[in-house]
Design a protein around this ligand. Structure first.
Ligand code: DGT
Ligand code: CA
Ligand code: CA
Ligand code: ZN
Length: 573
């Protein structure tokens, strides 16, 4: 769960209600379902109501439901729900792990199809036995197959944002040992893919036994799968696998190159090596005719011997980087320290938990020189979106704060909702007062491609809009992008000088790397924003920069490298 929002709380109440329905506990089930509805239509953040101790004043919310809500807000879980889930047959529980399948449907599938696992259900769906059930049909059968695929991905891959702190702790632990000369994580982590299958830890050491012993003794290890002197494997919490290889320092570069991958990059590199008379593996680059080692200590010398410039790991996906490195025309990728500001940040004026002053202090501590406050606009009632009046009041608070701050600027912005007809949720008279306007779509995800594209294009034609927020709406492993003709969107964005956001929130990373590159090639500038709702989420900025780098972006392709003054003038090109 990202942040416990009204929707999250309502989902728990709803699920309790559904299970109680199955159990024929009519009275309680109705109470929970009704409370779920009330929370959904609440215009205020339920956390605020809880803080005032007024939960039981919400119509339909009695003492016991209020206690459940409090528990969900405080712990993210509910004992009542857990016990109810436990009481269901295991097959039903397993099917409920699938997105879009609640207790009621799970129960029906188990009863009517005699399935007792996700595997069974997949078989039934593939044999077209689900579509014939009353109220299901072909579309729902397809959705079930998709949910099963998503479920399997979710089981096996981790979000990069969730992995970063784990790796920091692991490296700190390893580097404390005198036996460890160098320690890095290679693989998809080093390439900064948005999701990570497992971690590939490389350690340079002259004392492999001591280094390996240090590794398996790491505090977060839950299970040691294998423990050897140069290769060990463990599982951390949540079934995250870590492979550790201990390498002699003189071969570290070769191992780093090999285990960073990607596999496609390595395959291509090896083919080129063979043509040039070399053999390349995790131990080094060897001359074929006499097996003489020619390079192994650093990645640079390996690439150089093959006639190439060193390539940043983020580019190593065999997407043209090898050719570019051979012709010495690699892009100079944007760097984190070139980023001057965060272009998407909420505050307690809408659904954030922090004051604007706290945001400014945090941004300054992160080395930034400005931040754009982009709270929601009025149509997002649940998020306490700002209307014209509150936006103006917020502007006054920002002016006052800026008079006190030295060497740092808070810019006035908004994350303005793009309405279903493509118009903006606030009048031009409000938007023109602002320094930076991010326009986002938050509804109607089921519309067709043309409708969604037209909607976004009309937003870009509003002269006050600077950037499109989380342009595709995808949530990694949870929600597909809404249908959109990106080519048309990018063409319009380039013509209008409107930026496309790289939303750095770990579950979003939207645009993704491939789309960023496509946008850049179409002449579009990118706008990196953390979409922070809490202070520590402002630390997601490096994730956004990783996406930019994987998209081959240079500093001129990223709006955040501009000074605040130049940023505001973005629409002038
Ligand atoms: P992941 O773990 O699924 O997120 O992705 P990676 O890229 O970390 O893949 P992983 O952990 O299976 O292997 C780490 C690196 O080791 C991979 O990026 C390249 C290298 N590697 C693994 N298997 C092979 C292989 O069969 N051939 C070559 N050339 N390299 C391989
Ligand atoms: Ca890996
Ligand atoms: Ca691995
Ligand atoms: Zn948004």
């Amino acid at each position: 769960m990202i942040v416990s929002s009204n929707a999250d709380v309502a989902a728990v109440l709803y699920e309790i209600g559904e299970i109680l329905t199955i159990k024929d506990d009519r009275f309680r089930s109705r109470a929970y379902l009704l409370a779920a509805q009330r929370i959904t239509s609440l215009t205020e953040d339920v956390k605020k109501v809880k803080e005032r101790g007024e939960l039981d004043q919400i119509p339909g919310v009695g003492k016991s439901i209020a206690a459940t809500i409090t528990e969900v807000i405080d712990t993210g879980e509910s004992k009542v729900l857990e016990e109810l889930r436990e009481s269901l047959p295991p097959g039903v529980r397993q099917l409920m792990e699938l997105e879009g399948i609640g207790p009621k449907n799970a129960m029906r599938l188990v009863d009517e199809l005699k399935v007792s696992s996700i595997d069974d259900l997949e078989k039934a769906a593939k044999e077209e036995r689900v579509r014939v059930l009353k109220g299901f049909g072909e579309k729902k059968e397809q959705n079930i197959l998709q949910s099963i695929e998503d479920y399997r991905n979710r089981q096996t891959r981790f979000l990069l944002g969730a992995i970063l702190p784990v790796v920091d702790d692991m490296l700190a632990w390893m580097r404390e040992s005198p036996a460890v000369l160098r320690a890095e994580v290679a693989g998809s982590y080093r390439r900064r893919r948005e999701t990570i299958g497992d971690l590939d830890l490389l350690v340079a050491s002259d004392d492999p036994d001591a280094a390996s012993a240090r590794f398996v003794a790491m505090p977060p290890v839950e299970r040691v799968v294998s423990h050897g002197s140069t290769k060990s494997t463990v599982f951390l919490r949540g079934h995250l696998q870590v492979d550790c290889r201990v390498i002699p320092p003189e071969a570290y570069g070769a191992a780093l190159q090999y285990f960073t991958g990607s596999k496609d990059h390595n395959v291509k590199l090896r083919t080129i090596g063979v043509k040039a008379g070399y053999k390349l593996n995790e131990y080094g680059l060897f001359r074929r005719e006499d097996d003489k080692l020619v390079a192994s200590e650093t990645e640079e010398e390996i690439y150089k011997t093959l006639g190439m410039d060193w390539m940043p790991p983020e580019l190593r996906e065999n997407r043209g980087e090898i050719e570019a490195a051979t012709e010495h025309r690699l892009p100079k990728l944007v760097e984190l320290d070139e980023i001057r500001g965060d272009l998407h940040c909420h505050s307690s004026w809408s659904e954030g938990t922090m004051t604007i002053e706290e945001v400014a202090e945090k941004a300054r501590a992160l080395g930034l020189s400005y931040v754009v406050i982009t709270d929601h606009s009025k149509s997002l009632g649940i998020a306490r979106g700002l209307d014209e009046k509150r936006l103006r009041e917020q502007g006054k608070e920002i002016d006052a704060l800026n008079r006190r701050l030295r060497g740092f600027t808070v810019l006035k912005g908004i994350e303005c909702d793009i309405k279903s007809d493509g118009s903006m949720d606030l009048p031009d008279s409000s938007l023109e007062e602002l320094d930076y306007v991010v326009a986002s779509i938050h509804s109607g995800f089921k519309n067709d491609e043309e409708t969604m594209t037209n909607r976004m294009v009309s937003a870009m034609r509003n002269e006050h809009v600077h950037a499109i927020g989380h342009p595709t709406g995808r949530i990694i492993q949870k929600r597909k992008p809404y249908p959109l003709n990106l080519e048309r969107v990018f063409e319009e964005a380039a013509a209008q000088h409107v930026a496309m956001e790289i939303n750095a929130f770990p579950e979003r990373l939207d645009l993704d790397d491939v789309s960023c590159r496509q946008a850049m090639e179409a002449g579009v500038v990118m706008s990196i924003g953390t979409d922070a709702h809490a202070l520590n989420q402002m630390e997601f900025l490096p994730l956004g920069v990783s996406v930019a780098r994987r998209g081959w972006l240079t500093s001129k392709d990223v709006a955040n490298t501009r000074t605040a003054k130049d940023l505001v003038r973005l629409r002038r090109g």
